[in-house]
Write a protein that binds this ligand. Sequence first.
Ligand code: NAD
Ligand code: UDP
Length: 345
Amino acid sequence: MTQRILLTGGAGYIGSHTYVALVEAGYDVTILDNFQNANRSVIARLEDLTGQPVTLAEADVRDATTLASLFAEHVFDAVVHFAALKAVGESVERPLDYFDVNISGLINLLRVMDAAGCRKIVFSSSATVYGVPDETPTPETAEFRAMNPYGQTKISGEQILNQLVAADDRWQIGILRYFNPAGAHESHLIGEDPRDTPNNLMPFIAKVAAGEVEELEVFGDDYDTQDGTGVRDYIHVDDLARGHVLSVAALLEDGQSHLVNLGTGEGHSVMEMIAAYKRASNRDIPHRVVDRRAGDVPIYVAKADKAEEVLGFRTEKTLDEMCASSWAWITGPHSQEDPDGEDNT
Ligand code: NAD
Ligand code: UDP
């Protein structure tokens, strides 16, 4: 029988790619999203891409009543929980909103799942839980170090889930710590497209290449890295989506809880990213080195072997593919859409 998955935050950047991967893997998927950081037009694009209608619940993950009626209507075999606020700077300014959506939202969801007898969940965590790690590549055993309220919500989310498993062994949990997601789906129908000037490197470089922003500021070139600029482990969003399919399948098949990094195990500097995007777009990327960004981590690179051992997960896509898909998405048909149409995904 087809297994049914609830995807909270399924209209967002990683959620929309995971939706496609889950549907392609044969799951029956329901998206729950309040479109706080996504546009409704993504739903039609997901329908084009998969050739089938999307089952959508437009709701807030903190709304217990609506969640309970959704679980009364459908029997879900597992939940993949993306819905969260994710901007580090904003979390410093509005910590209560972050605790509310990311922590209260999670607790609310877990209570409804428990009452409905659905006790398998995949949780979006982040390399940010490592703060400034002692070890690079960073293994899952590295200690928690919160650098900001956003990071604190991911640490708390993991702790809540672990304590739940300790209290009730009917729960099975997949905690996935993503490194830096980048790129867009090969169809170029979905991708990351922040409305405001983006904070993250890849979407910012894309806007500079497209001529929408004049230049990129490189935040520091005096780190102890290959060329002095910050190093990150960029992972193609389609690889990341596939990691979620493997995590769901593991929970449904053998019921083993797991905690894994999802990264490539390779780091690239800001200068290497500029060079790669230049190759992909054939455009100049004007840039200027400025001071370090407050709170920045010099290097984040995943120790990636546990995901392979536990889930059989290996990344397949290269940095050049990430940049080429990002460029194809940025310059593709969606770029002709009404810029006021809140097209955020
Ligand atoms: P996103 O903002 O594109 O997606 C999040 C989705 O959740 C959006 O569609 C948004 O509308 C929805 N949402 C937000 N609040 C909601 C609420 N209260 N109720 C219902 N829906 C709500 O972000 P993303 O990049 O796809 O990230 C997905 C998850 O992965 C988040 O939990 C994020 O913290 C985590 N993560 C992201 C990154 C990254 O760099 N993108 C890295 C590590 C972890
Ligand atoms: N970065 C930069 N200019 C920008 C945005 C980011 O030089 O406009 C650098 C940042 O200092 C870091 C890397 O790019 O070294 C990745 O930053 P991003 O914000 O994308 O990811 P995170 O720091 O959250 O891992």
